[in-house]
Ligand binder design. Sequence first.
Ligand SMILES: [Zn+2]
Ligand SMILES: [Zn+2]
Length: 342
Amino acid sequence: MEYLSEFIALGIDSIIFGICLKQHFYCNRSINAVKGAEFYEVNNNLINIVEQNKDNKIKYVAIRGAVQSIDTPIYGIHNKVITGVIHKLTLKEHLVVRTSSGYWSDQEHTMQEVYNCVPFVIKRGKHEIEVTNSLAAEVLDLETISDIFEASAPSFVDYVWGFFTGHRQRGLQTTEEMLKEGSIITVIGELTKSSSNHNSLVLQPPGDGTSYYLTTMSISSLLRKLDDQRKVYKWLCLIFGTIGLFIAGILVRRYLKDKEKQKLANELRKSLEQSRKERRQRIRETNLSRDQLCVICMTNPQEIILLPCGHVCLCIDCSMNYTSTCPICRETVTQTNPVFFP
Ligand SMILES: [Zn+2]
Ligand SMILES: [Zn+2]
């Protein structure tokens, strides 16, 4: 297909541009939503405010409080004193790998990432609000509580094996992150009455798909972070938009050039046809005999020699459509040439 590479490049560019544009609008929407969210501390007045709203629900609020688990908290693996409600354990393998250029370089890859969470509330004084579906949060700020690197002790055989295979394990890194009990967080989401207990409130991801946040940052820091993301997507949109326009420009230019070429070729063909017609007219006036006419159309004079057999039996028009075998001797035609009789 013509212009295939340009179309593929334009297609890939458009997809990336589309994703960046979507993310940019998403950031914009998130920023406006967070700016529009009302801010509350956990207090006993909140339940009255919720009851005044339609469906006993406030669509988007920001509430700050201290984290506490409802039942048993999660204990740190390496430090049992630390308790929390969301625990993330990451296991990474560190490798020394031979690159394609022959050098050895350090690389790491995540082998496992496990989340664990227990039901929890955010509270202030004796008032509390349950936080549900915390892992659905767009921003989930966890604190690193342990980060341990265990270097592997390779034997001589491992060294030799590593030399031939091109990679050798350097060690394993285990990282523990946690949302600790007692940390002050701001939850931004939907506030509603609990379905099981009508005197308690629940924070959950908004039903309309707006982002849900569990963050230790202040609202202004969160807004700054979102704004930074928006700026990155804006720049990516500009870059990929410009590349897209550039490729489209090349495509249009090539198309116009090809069209111009085709037009010139058509004009040339027409003028050749015209001159052929005039020549035939002149020859016809001399009254051609039957065996001087093209054997196919029986109208135009014979003007093409078929090679290698050498028969002169076709006009130019018919030779263009009939060039595989000679109509007289059936020999395969490899070449045609115009002939001129004085
Ligand atoms: Zn003919
Ligand atoms: Zn022939």
